[in-house]
Design a protein around this ligand. Sequence first.
Ligand code: ATR
Length: 278
Amino acid sequence: MYTFGLAGFPVGHSLSPWIHGQLMKQTGVEGDYQLFEIKPEDFDEQISEMKNRDLDGFNVTVPYKEKIIPHLDGVDASAAQLGAVNTVKRTSEGWIGYNTDGTGFLHSLQARFPDLFEQEINVLLLGSGGAARGIFDALMKQAEVQVDVANRTLSRAESMIAETGGAGIARAVSFDEAEQAAGEYDLIIQTTTVGMSPNEDTSILSLQNLKEGTVVSDIVYRPVMTTFLKEAEQKGARLHFGHEMLLQQAVYAFQIWTDLEPEARPLLEKFERKLKGE
Ligand code: ATR
């Protein structure tokens, strides 16, 4: 019997209990996934209390992915480089932190488009926040890519590139430049919060110049079909959805906790229906 949890604020609408419930069912494991909504002023005290509970591991979400690190006994190399943890496991060496966001993104993309990374590709990454960093790091480690990064605050794009060892592989560009050059990319990844419910009608960038067959990904999963993806679809793009990443990062967290290897694919359709409220 396992006990897992999620620390964040707010966590009331989290899909993680549902996802991990499905993963337990798929692997025949018995367990429980609890939500820990922690107010910022109570963070230190509540995390100490969580660590004294009978938990095997827990996820960490906004706004604590960085703040959790001093509370841990160790952090794996990739999470340490990113300075962000989304998965914590109780081990014989204490509480160890991992980050499954970037690999979750990349592997869900590879599962859908197995041939995408067969040759070097041009990528446009929109955004330079926490989510963008994880994705950028995973992309650079595992794929032959040239990356343009566009962000509202250009200096944040520049520092993300410099801090993640991207010099020579990536460059910061303006939204105008990215829009003009949209037809030159093989893969476009939207990582900002623009287009997220309740602002479904907004989109970060016009895709007017997009070429057919480009893979366009949006990590926003509420709604499943964002305005950005709708425009991409109209231009003949191949789509990758935010809930695919969400599911895969949870699969990797579950794998870290249990050493079992559940599959995301059989759950995708059911998850999409749940998100659409069907
Ligand atoms: P997360 O950890 O979810 O990535 P974050 O670190 O707050 O969240 O980053 C949010 C991203 O969305 C950033 O790239 C942010 O751009 P800035 O770096 O300029 O703040 C981007 N973003 C949020 N709201 C935006 C808006 N209205 N227009 C353009 N970009 C926006």
